[in-house]
Design a protein around this ligand. Structure first.
Ligand code: GTQ
Length: 351
């Protein structure tokens, strides 16, 4: 059923419009269909892909052009043209950036209200110290730097290190709640408190006391996540998607409160049809390759490539290799949407 056409702004006499403007008033009806489109939102987020091999030389060039003292965080932002590049958004809520740290460099301690995670893309020897805990950065590891926790990045290796930053910055900025506090170098208190959660089914409980920390696990090593995926694929071959969620091991809830993170294994030759969901999604290839099809967009992603797909869109992922599995890191804002009660899954899939 088509909705009746509503009156336009131009239908109103100019002097009436001027009187409204003078009192900071706006008529709703000319804009009603724009803010409440029928059936499905009109996303600004456009399906967009960023090729790692194409951006890598530009990131390394930034390492030559801009010293750390002039950058604080040396990042090229993966910006979605649908939002305008200057907005530095991948989607309405998700910020993505590729960060470069060169051997011997140090990105000073700070803490901020937006939550961040790092997905390590290449290089050895760098670490992020989060709340006093030294988290080694190895390829495929996920490291959380949640809201309010001090963090700084250092590098003892001899090759450039690159990682993908995923932040809920657009959301927190929109809320006018985004700010940073500069700090002094942290005293390292330990290097792996979260490893005590590594064996599924047990949690630290000294003298019967479970951790009260909001973020008990800060580093999710890729070797363990990869093993979990392979075990799932082997023991449950009928499962529709070989997928694990990054969770808070104390509560079982999503690892962070606004953005959600998961890892997916695409078995050799697998085609995975995902239903349309209300969340925009980010895909980043950790190993192998994946083609991503959503409406008219089609991206063939190779290792370290990243793409963003708007919400309310069915997505098909294909691993074209018939011999090798591929592994994909995914981010969305499902935790936020579920808390707010706007999360939806729609039935139709690409088939
Ligand atoms: O590494 O702390 O991509 O504060 C954007 C803001 C990274 C960081 C970003 C940040 C950081």
């Amino acid at each position: 059923m088509s909705l009746p056409e509503l009156g336009r702004l131009e239908d109103l006499p100019q002097d009436y419009r001027d009187d409204l403007t003078a009192q900071n008033l706006v008529p709703l009806w000319p804009s009603l269909r724009a803010v409440l489109p029928p059936g499905k939102p009109t996303p600004r987020t456009r399906a967009t892909a960023w090729n790692y091999q194409a951006l890598r030389p530009l990131l390394l060039k930034a390492g030559e052009l801009t010293p750390m003292e002039k950058a604080e965080r040396r990042v090229l932002v993966l910006a979605n043209p649908g939002h305008g590049l200057e907005k530095m958004q991948a989607s309405s809520t998700i910020y993505l950036g590729m960060q470069l740290l060169l051997p011997g460099e140090w990105a000073p301690a700070h803490r901020h209200t937006p939550n961040a995670v790092r997905m390590i893309v290449e290089g050895e020897g760098a670490y992020t110290t989060v709340d006093g805990e030294k988290c080694l950065m190895q390829r495929g590891d996920l490291i959380l730097t949640p809201t309010g926790l001090w963090h700084e990045h250092g590098h003892d290796g001899d090759q450039p290190v690159v990682w993908l930053d995923v932040l809920d910055l657009p959301m927190v900025y929109y809320m006018e709640a985004s700010y940073v506090t500069e700090g002094k170098p942290q005293t390292i208190s330990g290097d792996a408190a979260g490893l005590a959660y590594q064996r599924g089914g047990v949690a630290p409980a000294p003298m019967f006391e479970r951790s009260q920390t909001a973020f008990p696990m800060l580093r999710y090593p890729w070797v363990d996540v990869r093993t979990a995926l392979q075990t799932l694929a082997r023991t449950q071959p009928e499962i529709e998607a070989v997928q694990v969620a990054y969770i808070n091991p104390e509560t079982g809830a999503d690892a962070q409160k606004i953005l959600g993170f998961s890892a997916l294994m695409l078995r050799p030759g697998e085609t995975l049809n995902m239903p349309a969901r209300s969340t925009a999604m980010v895909f980043h290839v950790i190993e192998g390759g994946a083609s991503v099809t959503a409406d008219a967009s089609h991206f063939a992603l190779g290792e370290a490539d990243t793409c963003c797909i708007p919400g309310y869109t069915a997505i098909t992922l294909v691993n074209a290799s018939t011999t090798e599995a591929s592994f994909v890191f995914m981010a969305d804002d499902a935790p936020l949407q579920k808390k707010l009660g706007v999360y939806e899954v729609r039935d139709g899939r690409n088939v």
